[in-house]
Structures are given as C-alpha cells and as structure tokens.
Design a binder for this molecule. Structure first.
Ligand SMILES: Cc1cc2nc3c(=O)[nH]c(=O)nc-3n(C[C@H](O)[C@H](O)[C@H](O)COP(=O)(O)O)c2cc1C
Length: 174
C-alpha cells in the first residue's frame, strides 16, 4: 500500500479473526518500529512480543481499556530503556517510542493487519501492571501496547483535515 494511502486510511481495529500471524508479519512490523526516528538516533526501544494466550488474557487485569486484547493474535509492548537516553533529564524517549508505535500501526495496516495503540505510560497502575506481568527490569519503562491480528471488521477512513487548526506565520488567521 502506498504511504499516503496507509496514513489516511489507518483506523484502530479491535476485532480480530482467531488466526495466528506468521512470524514474518510480526518481524515486519517490528522492523518498521525500529525504523522510527529518535532523538540523536538514541533508539531507546525494546519490544516484548506476546502471543501466549494466558499472557494476553492477563493484560486486561491491569489495563481497563484492553478487554479485546485476549482475542488478538499478538500484542507488542513497546518499552523504553531510559538508560539509553542521550540527553537526560529530557524525556525524548516518550517521543521516540511514540514514533515507533505509530510506525508499527502503519506497517500493520499497510500489510493487511488490524492494530490498535493502547496507552500505558504515564498511567502508574498500567506501568506497574505491565512491569509485574512481563518482569521488566527497573530501567525499562513500558510505554504502549499494540494489539494485532487479522481484522474481523472494516472501518472507513475519516476526514479529519481541519483548516482551522492551521496557523500561518503566527497564531491566529489560517
Ligand atoms: C496515546 C494513545 C492511547 C490510546 N489508548 C487506547 C486504549 O487504551 N484502548 C483503546 O482501545 N484504544 C486506545 N487508543 C486508540 C484511540 O482510541 C484511537 O486512535 C482514536 O479513537 C482514533 O481512532 P482511529 O485510531 O480509528 O483513527 C489510544 C490511542 C493513542 C494515540
């Protein structure tokens, strides 16, 4: 799929068929995640790939908006190793991991998968829950979770372009 088409037609997909995903499909979205830009090319990310049904079923236990995740083929926990931050105390890793998460969503959509971004950071209960379930070391911060699968639903693209949000030269007139 062409890049602009993927960007403009991507939607959050929360219903999946029971089919597993080929390992190659998972590798491709991870490759896209790791291709994201990062501050000073610090690439602070790590990715926990979850396919075990019991692990997937445990995720709604710490994330109230994740009730559909147990039906996903795969979930990817995007994490940051804050020890890799090049410019502390600036938390550029938040933006790095956002870019990686969005790249995963776009790659999933472009390759025919359904996906949705679930926020983890900065909600403490979600961070603590993910830390405990996935046995993350102290220096690793869970940032987001992406659930993935073969889509069992189709969503139309939305027209979100809004000229009133555009400001030229200075705040005010579009
Ligand atoms: C930072 C962030 C956190 C989100 N957290 C959740 C979540 O916890 N659960 C969920 O189902 N969707 C979550 N979403 C998906 C949004 O609900 C979704 O992107 C938004 O409603 C727009 O719909 P669209 O993705 O189909 O364009 C999150 C999205 C972002 C960017």
């Amino acid at each position: 799929m062409e890049a602009m088409e993927a960007i403009l037609s991507r939607r959050s997909i929360r219903r999946y068929t029971p089919d597993p995903l080929p390992e190659e499909a998972v590798r491709r979205v991870l490759e896209a995640g790791m291709a994201a830009p990062s501050a000073g090319d610090e690439r602070p990310w790590h990715f926990v790939v979850i396919t075990d049904k019991e692990m997937l079923a445990a995720i709604p236990g710490f994330h109230s908006l994740a009730r559909f995740v147990p039906n996903a083929a795969v979930a990817i926990l995007v994490c940051a190793d804050v020890a890799l931050s090049k410019y502390p105390p600036a938390d550029w890793w938040v933006q790095d991991c956002s870019a990686a998460t969005q790249n995963i969503l776009l790659a999933a959509h472009a390759t025919g998968l359904g996906a949705v971004w679930l926020g983890v950071h900065p909600v403490k209960t979600r961070i603590d829950g993910a830390r405990a379930l996935f046995r993350l070391p102290d220096s690793i911060v869970p940032f987001s979770l992406v659930s993935l699968g073969i889509p069992a639903t189709r969503k139309e693209r939305e027209q979100r372009f809004d000229p009133s949000r555009i400001h030229r030269e200075r705040w005010g007139a579009p």
